[in-house]
Design a protein around this ligand. Sequence first.
Ligand code: GLN
Length: 301
Amino acid sequence: MKSEQDNQPQQQGNTLTVEAALSQAHDRCERVDQRMLLAFVMARPIAWLLAHPEAVLNEQENQLYSDLLGRRQNGEPIAYLIGEKEFHGLSFEVTSDVLIPRPETELLVDRLLEAFPDGVPARVADLGTGSGVIAVTLASRRPLLSIVAVDRDEAALAVAKRNAERMGVINRIEFRVGQWFSNLKGEQFDAVVSNPPYIAALDKHLSEGDLRFEPKGALVGGPDGLLDLAAIIDLTPSHLPLGGLLVLEHGYDQAGVVRRLMEMAGFVNIQSSMDIAGIERVTAGHYRVDRTESPGYARQT
Ligand code: GLN
């Protein structure tokens, strides 16, 4: 019969070295994951691990490492296991209450940063903020922006608040519980930004990889994935001045529909941008008045 010990990295006596921990667990998950988990467990950078193969794990570290390897092997995302993910060069807390920030969402932030260069004050609404990466990154890169971050999920908002505190921008972000503009009645913004749920309910990707562990409510946008995008596009005009900006992230095959929906809602100068994979992932437009030539709004190419 197999003992519990067989499932753990082997050790001689009480000592398990970094080198042994990394090589013995190699069959259990990818090398890069092992290194990240061990760095987390030992509270050291990966570079330190590589420079100290002889360092010894204590019993607690050994146990935690073994547990985390097992969970990784069951498919749990690394970001949830270590509770962190990098976004736009900043390190954010993540929990299973929020989506794991994706590199393509950096494009959404970049569009806003282009539109509001340093020194231009503006009020921005981030709808469905989740971990708060969009709101917090905008606030930390642009000291004159004031931001309202909305999420219907209080647990997600708590994560976003902690991230704002962590990055020292809590004073420039207001957090509101609500569904899109439900708690922003009568309020006006210079720009509205959102990475809403946009995956179709029966999309097979939902049962693959990291998505299996992420909150469905943050991923699924109705039967065709367009429910929330369409709602936001319809609701936004009454919260924008003429020339105000709407920037949306959407699915790989939704750019054309999103452009049409924005056109029908009165947006002009509608442009989609490609992510690093060459997929149109973000679409932006100005409400009724093309502001690309006006001061305060960067020319979009
Ligand atoms: N970009 C995510 C994915 O395709 C989905 C995020 C979202 O629905 N907003 O996995």
